[in-house]
Design a protein around this ligand. Structure first.
Ligand code: NAD
Ligand code: GLY
Length: 362
């Protein structure tokens, strides 16, 4: 088992990464309070793992709340359903919420924990690769509203994250590959050696080799931990975790959130952002092609579809949360492993990068 501490003073917490951790409660149950646990899960994950969790927590009073599956369920309606559930069960401030699922369940559960009685404890048991390396760590919680994704939320840190990589065994291959995009992102923005290591281990990653997966999940979490400890509320360096996301969010939004998974859109966005970095003369030529080749080997898309116009994408990009009233910002690369936050000052280059990302180069 690997333990990574998120160092945030009195709100510090451990992220535990290991294969089969759920069945080893002695590794993590000391961080659970001896109070009722409300388990948020969904109709896909609960039949797979809720009984196993209940078995290893025989002394806890468990209250399962099983919601429908899907991004659309990270909604105000389910926030309301959840707080009604807490009220009906008489859940008090000393209770603890537990998210058993992917990023959708984690974000919703975290937001309920942030707001119930002005904030109660919650713990994360992420069961997707994307949630293990990204969504469960760092305390961003949110729900969606019709006007946009994650527009209503709060920073609220969990008190424990248990990333059992054995739960990934049941994950759909496409969902698994989408999580790999966020792992590549960690290498691309902070660690060229890690990126080299991913390139060298594409086949092992795709085969879900246990040792390799535990290693890359742990190293990705360690990167996120360092960034979050430095900039919990995203006033600076944390924005680099959004590398590829400004283009990616526009691609997701333009296709109605149905054509691409988040990680797939981020893969396309990372390649486009790197092409833009090269066009700006920030980054050596060839980094974008190399990143594109790695992502393709991992089974991820890298091209902007022809039916998405640059005008439409750029208009959606202007709504990005990183922008302020006076400036538009993009995360670019100085080189593989070195991200930089840059003013989005040259729309003609953004357009050129979009057009250059329409055809895979390999
Ligand atoms: P998800 O939660 O929808 O999970 C993807 C699919 O996999 C779902 O159908 C889910 O039911 C299923 N699933 C989950 N675990 C499984 C398992 N072990 N076996 C079989 N099926 C399983 O999606 P996601 O990709 O985990 O997360 C995406 C969400 O995370 C988005 O809402 C995004 O906004 C959010 N997010 C949050 C942060 C953050 O910092 N808070 C960061 C990145 C993404
Ligand atoms: N997913 C980006 C962040 O947590 O900041």
């Amino acid at each position: 088992m690997t333990r990574i501490d998120i160092a945030l003073g009195e709100r510090s917490y451990p992220v535990l990464v290991g294969h089969g951790l759920m069945n080893e409660p002695s590794a993590w149950n000391r961080w659970l309070p001896d109070t009722p646990l409300v388990v948020f899960s969904n109709e896909k994950v609960a039949p797979l793992y809720l009984d196993a969790l209940a078995r290893v927590l025989p002394d806890h009073e468990l209250h399962p709340l099983v919601l429908p599956d899907g991004e659309a369920e990270k909604s105000f309606d389910n926030f309301r359903r959840a707080v009604d559930f807490l009220a009906e069960r008489g859940i008090r401030r000393d209770a603890c919420l537990l998210a058993l699922g992917g990023g959708v369940i984690g974000d919703l559960c975290g937001f309920v924990a942030a707001t119930w009685m002005r904030g109660i404890r919650f713990v994360q048991f992420p069961t997707t690769l994307l949630a293990q390396v990204d969504a469960s760590v760092g305390g961003k919680t949110a729900i969606n509203i019709p006007q946009g994704k994650n527009l209503v939320g709060a920073f609220h840190q969990p008190s424990l994250v248990v990333a059992d990589t054995a739960t990934l065994d049941t994950l759909d291959p496409r969902e698994y590959r989408a999580g790999l995009a966020e792992i590549v992102k960690c290498g691309a923005i902070r660690d060229a050696d890690f990126l080299d290591g991913i390139e060298a281990r594409c086949e092992a990653l795709l085969a879900r080799d246990v040792e390799c997966v535990v290693d890359v999940v742990g190293r990705s979490v360690a990167h996120k931990a360092a960034v979050v400890a430095e900039d919990e509320h995203e006033t600076g360096v944390r924005a680099t975790l959004n590398f590829g996301h400004t283009f990616g969010h526009a691609i997701e939004a333009l296709s109605g959130y149905t054509r691409f998974l988040h990680g797939e859109a981020v893969a396309i966005g990372m390649v486009t952002a790197t092409r833009l970095s090269e066009l700006r003369g920030l980054c050596p030529t060839g980094v974008a092609d190399r990143l594109s080749a790695t992502l393709q080997r991992l089974g991820l898309p890298v091209s902007i579809p022809d039916d998405m116009t640059a005008d439409d994408l750029m208009s959606l990009m202007s709504l990005d949360k990183k922008n302020t009233a006076s400036s538009r910002r993009l995360v670019l690369l100085r080189d593989a492993g070195q991200a930089v936050i840059h003013a989005d000052s040259r729309p003609e280059q953004v357009r050129e990068a979009i057009e250059a990302s329409r055809t895979p180069t390999e």
